[in-house]
Design a binder for this molecule. Sequence first.
Ligand SMILES: Nc1nc2c(ncn2[C@@H]2O[C@H](COP(=O)(O)OP(=O)(O)O)[C@@H](O)[C@H]2O)c(=O)[nH]1
Ligand SMILES: [Mg+2]
Length: 317
Amino acid sequence: MQKLVDKVVSGDLRSASRLIRMIDDGHPQSHEALKQLFPHCGGARVIGITGPPGAGKSTLSSSLIDIIRQRNKSVGVLAVDPSSPITGGAILGDRIRMSRHALDEDVFIRSLASRGHFGGITPATRGAIRVMDAMGKDYVIVETVGVGQDEVDIARLADTTLIVWVPGLGDNVQAMKAGIMEVGDVFVVNKAEHPDTANTVNYLKSVFRQTGSSGPIQRDWIPPVLETVALNSRGIDELFKVIDEHAQYTSRASEYYLARKRADCEVELRGFISREINHRISRQLADGEKINAQVGQIITGETDIYVVTDSLLQELE
Ligand SMILES: Nc1nc2c(ncn2[C@@H]2O[C@H](COP(=O)(O)OP(=O)(O)O)[C@@H](O)[C@H]2O)c(=O)[nH]1
Ligand SMILES: [Mg+2]
């Protein structure tokens, strides 16, 4: 394991891919590997990109990769797609959209299947980000389809969150999604060649004027609203500039971003603990003998399920 970790830290792509696969599969040794990797983390800037399917997230990622590479910085891209990698056309499509970076050693693109989860953000997502971080990537872009809780989750773990919007999709509908206006750091109206673009941009700006820094904690960063045509990289320079500005803003450790980090840490910690407890329970009940005996007695009426539950739980402690 130490050897694998050393190779990841040295930037070895094959080892990093292997470890990410182990993490995605929930391999029992991945926790230990991440523990050893952790001291090497912290250098990467994590950019979350979320929004509806087809909004242009992958195309936007690809344009951002271009800019990052022009600046001689390295980048990892993590596509989190809840659809299976075998049947999911999305991932195949992403590969094609990002294929021009395929030969660049400093661009590392991976997708996660996020098995066994409804949304996109799983412990595996955080693990894979840390692998890329420990490899020495300057930036890690995380693309998630904006469904359910995902936007809120991605915003908690990313340093900068881009919400990708498209004109003409019904601005109110997009905005109504729970929490979305509060979690975005930068709003990108992509496909800005569309005639409805100005309306959408104005709508978003008006929302931010009204709500300003809404939410439980005041934030003095009013999310900028930018127009892009990701397909031909229009507006991408400006977008990257804003991402940089946001990095400078967050590095001043405002109360808001500290709270965001705390919330993310707590979610992850609770997740680890409940996962470990679940493992212990299944290990201790694994032989099934005790359970079988108890079930027999419940069925014959010698005891009841409530009493048995209590006594089994007591044994676990
Ligand atoms: N017209 C137009 N199409 C775009 C633009 N950006 C991306 N697309 C196209 O929109 C489709 C979905 O893009 P994709 O990046 O896969 O979206 P994702 O599902 O959000 O990752 C693809 O066919 C892209 O070529 C844009 O700025 N204008
Ligand atoms: Mg995509």
